[in-house]
Design a protein around this ligand. Structure first.
Ligand code: SF4
Ligand code: SF4
Length: 205
């Protein structure tokens, strides 16, 4: 019979006295290691609804769509653990760094997939002329804060700021075509702004 090597004997003796690598889950609660990549969850207070997490997700586990129910434009983001590969790209590319985080949650078995979906919603800003989606209110506020006083030079951000301060303006009503140069503060999508500029130039000819 082949005799066991010294190293193997040492391992066997060590194994008798050391703790097992496996845990007793589900009979006893299990605490994963600090670097464990578990279920990603939104932080609803910090997420600004930019949609970057949805765009970078390689497994298409984050759905994003804009709805206009009852005339209220809203952006919906939903994370689906059933499709997630726990790569961490959403967390790494989040513009606020804290909008979505991989948690320690590993026990995500489900009967109905809907029970595991984590959702967040944000109000949208749309162009008052063509209805084009510009971004979420929260995202624009986030940009304003980052660029500071420079936001006063950007009509869209200035309009947002005025709304936030509840300053009533003449720009609140919907733009009636044809778009005029005087509508420059009302129209916020690049296409409509170009139309406003061109129409003004044509008048000058
Ligand atoms: S961890 Fe990876 S796969 Fe899962 S939602 Fe984030 S980006 Fe998508
Ligand atoms: S702020 Fe972060 S979590 Fe929220 S939509 Fe943007 S990338 Fe996703």
């Amino acid at each position: 019979m082949k005799k066991p090597k010294v190293r193997e004997l040492k391992e066997a003796v060590k194994g008798i006295f050391s703790k097992p690598y496996t845990t007793e889950f589900p009979y006893k609660p299990h605490t994963p290691s600090a670097r464990y990549r578990g279920r990603p969850m939104y932080n609803k207070d910090v997420c600004v609804g930019c949609g970057a997490c949805s765009q970078v997700c390689p497994a298409k586990a984050i759905d994003m769509f804009d709805s206009f129910e009852d005339g209220v434009p809203v952006r919906h983001l939903s994370q689906h653990p059933a499709r997630c590969i726990f790569c961490g790209e959403c967390e790494r590319n989040c513009i606020t760094k804290e909008g979505i985080k991989l948690t320690q949650q590993f026990d995500i078995a489900f009967f109905d997939e809907k029970d595991t979906v984590d959702e967040v919603q944000h109000n949208l800003v749309v162009c008052r002329s063509c209805g084009e989606v510009i971004g979420t209110e929260k995202h624009l506020r986030w940009v304003s804060k980052r660029i500071g006083n420079l936001s006063f030079a950007q009509p869209l951000l200035l309009t947002q700021l005025m709304e936030e301060l509840q300053i009533k303006t003449e720009y609140e009503e919907k733009v009636v075509p044809p778009i005029q140069r005087t509508d420059m503060l009302k129209v916020v999508c690049p296409k409509c702004r170009r139309v406003a500029l061109i129409s003004d130039e044509k008048k000058g000819k």
